[in-house]
Design a protein around this ligand. Structure first.
Ligand SMILES: *Cc1c(COP(=O)(O)O)cnc(C)c1O
Length: 376
């Protein structure tokens, strides 16, 4: 069976975990965490990066930093992972869903302004498949109405918008290092703080609401409870694993792009024949090949293709059940209006296997997928 995903190991992970063990510092914020922070700050040009135990945790920190109160509204796409909404909903925030663009499947920036009310606190653009949202427009709208922008860049490490790294453009950005993402540590994530006014508070929230960091820096003589918070930091064991991945980030991205490009070239003819639609990458975006997907004509052909690939030993998957159609979404959120593009595209998308090591079998995988599509 060709799996949909296979975690890639650089080969240095265990050696670095061993070093962390030898150094005798296993809780958070040791040497490996610091290396990861510096790497992220340098690569992304963010003033401050903080590792978290997940992107979900980073989004929860962002909701606390944004001071989300019950009834506050947060604008986001419905076509996204549950954590984009849940992180705000658990603070009483109301997700307000806006439809997506048919080309990138990202939030339609032209529909955001109509969703703003006097309760709106933040906009959360999700860079789907590592392809950027139209950030200039989104930042202009946020400026005009005094809103925070929190980029859900879970899938977008290494991608850029007009040469600016994703996650570094909004006031806050979040990354994921879950094993299904490009750079991994099993579970893991990071919060990028681009508005330096929020840096000190972010450190406190991450340290269970204490001023531990300032205390160890000698900036205060007491170590105590000063704010909301939780335990958001990963252990050094996780950071050591992640450091091995960060060292190889360029190679990982390059190899993923090669696989993505092979798929893209192979399906050009089928697109010409109207059998599939391939991903569209706007010229303002350099993407990280997080995902290769195709859009089928309808739900029926999508289901048929998944079954047909399954019988050819290829595991292809779909996502998301749009959040506005989910039980919790129906209860806790509102939508500006119907979301026809979200409803339509979420039924037609199929995601193909894309992982390092697939290269050898890729030609045969592509042949089988092409044959299955022709026979639909
Ligand atoms: C993966 C993902 C998340 C959650 O990441 P975790 O690290 O698993 O918490 C959030 N948002 C999007 C868009 C994602 O793809």
């Amino acid at each position: 069976m060709i799996p949909f995903n296979k975690p890639y190991l650089t080969g240095n992970e265990l050696e670095y975990i061993n070093q962390a063990h030898t150094q005798g510092h296993l809780s958070g914020d040791g040497n490996f965490t610091k290396k990861c922070h510096h790497w992220l700050e340098k690569q992304l040009g963010s003033p401050k990066a903080l590792l978290t135990h997940s992107c979900t945790g980073a989004l929860e920190m962002a909701a606390i930093l944004a001071d989300i109160q019950p009834g506050d509204e947060v604008i986001m796409p419905s076509y996204t992972f549950v954590s984009t909404a849940n992180a705000f909903a658990i603070r009483g925030g109301v997700p307000v869903f806006v439809d997506i663009r048919p080309d990138t499947l990202n939030i339609d920036e032209m529909k955001i302004e109509a969703a703003i009310t006097d309760k709106t606190k933040a906009i959360v653009p999700v860079h789907y498949a590592g392809v950027s949202c139209e950030m200039d427009t989104i930042m202009e709208i946020a400026d005009k109405y005094g809103l925070l922008v929190i980029e859900d860049a879970a899938q977008a490490i290494g991608s850029t918008y007009k040469d600016k790294p994703l996650g570094s453009i909004g006031h806050l950005g979040t990354l994921s290092f879950h094993e299904t993402k490009n750079i991994i540590s099993g579970e893991g994530g990071a919060l990028l703080i681009n508005d330096i006014a929020m840096c000190d508070r972010a450190e406190i929230i991450r340290e269970k609401g204490t001023n531990r960091k300032q205390f160890f820096q000698g900036k205060t003589d007491k170590y105590t409870w000063v704010d909301f918070g939780s335990s958001y930091l990963p252990s050094e064991i996780v950071a050591a694993f992640l450091w091995a991945q960060m060292e190889s980030a360029d190679t990982i991205t390059k190899r993923r792009i090669d696989i993505w490009n092979s798929y893209h070239a192979a399906f050009e003819d089928l697109e010409g024949k109207g059998k599939v639609r391939r991903p569209i990458i706007p010229e303002y975006c350099d993407h990280n090949a997080h995902m290769y997907y195709l859009l089928l004509p309808n739900l029926k052909t999508r289901s048929k293709l998944i079954t047909s690939l399954e019988s050819n030993n290829i595991h292809a998957v779909f996502h998301y059940i749009p959040l506005h159609s989910s039980p919790m979404g129906k209860k806790l959120s509102r939508s500006l209006c119907d979301l026809p593009i979200t409803d339509n595209l979420s039924e037609r998308i199929i995601r193909l296997p894309l992982w390092l090591g697939l290269e050898k079998e890729l030609p045969s995988v592509i042949n089988k997928i092409s044959d299955a599509i022709i026979q639909l």
